[in-house]
Ligand binder design. Structure first.
Ligand code: SAM
Length: 409
């Protein structure tokens, strides 16, 4: 398949939103040299890999100017880098790596860095980083889907020792079933290699609120937020900090929580012009953010959750004006472009109905649902599924697809 075709299929099934640009853009704006070099090379505004609409970019620019936003991003980024170095692991899996400069910084310290993200991000960040650091053996970038174990495991063949997994900016977007897949995958990796998984993903909103209040002053903060709508309920159990410890325990991990304040650099660029007492106040608020550090429980059995098949195949045949698919395996970010490509090749003006036998499909992610939406766009009311398993049925019910994808009884 031509490179441009592969690229556009990937984007169709899984667009990358501007939130993935926040960290590198904020850090570049603050004068961090590596981030500046990356932003220049990524050239988001002109780059074919940026799917951001003008509205999204405007929104990003507005969000960047909210008091407390840059402070939160800088504190998390710098404290994570320091924690990673202090913990002493030589192998770091950053999932999702986005476009940040973490890889450049760690590779220079001889820490082996694996940057993993969706294909559309890797398409852009891999050549940009290579252009800056050259062909260093300490850094590599890989196309993965965090819910797809095999896609991650195959990047890690040269890991020799404990693995540190860092996750920044992923778990808050995951549905409960995606979250569970990711926990199972991280547990498998840490069971094999040993090590720890760290994230601040369930702390980011509460800590940003504390940092905003300290930066703006309590009164101005209250006024600024009083007209905002209530935040939506948490998408998954990890985001509910009261329920999360029990969930983590159930998934076979032990948890340690550490304030990022313990890893705060003396100087932060966002605070450099503040008077000393204000600086102290904002730094104290930053300490509200915690690293959630998870290790596999020594006594935990990995069989409590069934692994699902990860292969994928799509057989497609045509019967008069019908396309009949027999699918098997997982329909996720990695495999959805294949499904879309098979469909596009087979679909022509004479096709009226698309029918898919899902008997051997174990999992469908939002990228897979997007392919269904594309098919439905082409054939309203005429895309039908058969033999869907109960887990996938639940996803279809939650997303409202169940009312259109099945024959009426
Ligand atoms: C908010 S960004 C965070 C990126 C980076 N860690 C940072 O701090 O800038 C979210 C990232 O998650 C990636 N992502 C979303 N779903 C994913 C999945 N299923 N597997 C791997 N990465 C995913 C997106 O491509 C995006 O780069």
């Amino acid at each position: 398949m031509e490179e441009q075709t592969v690229y556009s299929l990937r984007h169709e099934v899984n667009p990358v939103f501007t939130t993935a640009q926040s960290c590198v853009r904020v850090m570049a704006g603050l004068g961090d040299e590596d981030s500046g070099l990356l932003v220049d090379r990524l050239d988001f505004d002109a780059n074919k890999n940026s799917t951001a609409t003008t509205d999204e970019v405007d929104l990003l620019n507005k969000v960047k100017s909210i008091p407390g936003f840059a402070e939160t991003i800088e504190a998390r980024f710098e404290c994570s880098n320091k924690l990673i170095e202090n913990l002493g692991y030589r192998f770091v899996l950053d999932i999702p790596c986005g476009y940040t400069s973490r890889g450049l910084k760690l590779a220079r310290k001889d820490i082996r860095y694996y940057g993993c993200d969706l294909p559309a991000v890797i398409d852009a960040v891999k050549p940009a980083a290579k252009g800056i650091i050259g062909g260093s053996g300490s850094i590599s970038y890989h196309e993965v889907d965090a819910t797809n174990y095999d896609s991650i495991r195959r990047c890690l063949d040269d890991v020799r020792g404990g693995l540190l997994i860092t996750t920044e900016g992923l778990l808050m977007y995951m549905t409960q079933s995606e979250l569970e897949e990711i926990f199972v995958n991280m547990k498998r990796l840490l069971t094999e290699f040993g090590g720890v998984w760290i994230t601040t993903d369930n702390m980011i909103i509460s800590s940003q609120q504390a940092i905003m209040a300290a930066s703006m002053g309590e009164e101005a903060y209250k006024e600024a937020v009083c007209n905002l709508p209530d935040p939506p309920p948490p998408l998954n159990l990890f985001l509910d900090v009261d329920k999360a410890p029990e969930f983590i325990d159930r998934m076979g991990f032990e948890l340690e929580r550490v304030s990022i304040g313990e890893y705060m650099p003396d100087e932060l660029l966002t605070l450099k012009d503040l008077p000393e007492d204000k600086k102290r106040e904002v730094k104290k608020a930053m300490g509200v953010m915690e690293f959630w550090m998870m290790k596999v429980k020594p006594d935990s059995v990995s069989g409590s959750y069934t692994r699902r098949a990860t292969n994928f195949s799509a057989d497609c045949k045509r019967e008069n004006d019908r396309l009949l698919f027999r699918l098997s395996g997982r329909i996720d970010t990695i495999t959805s472009p294949d499904l879309l490509s098979v469909y596009r090749e087979a679909d022509d003006k004479s096709i009226r109905t698309v029918r898919m036998d899902m008997k051997d499909v174990s999992y469908i992610s939002s990228a897979g649902l997007r392919v269904l939406m594309i098919m439905l766009g082409d054939h309203p009311d005429n895309v039908k599924l058969d033999n869907v398993n109960e887990d996938i049925m639940e996803i279809l019910r939650t997303t409202g697809f169940d009312s259109i994808l099945f024959d009426e009884e």
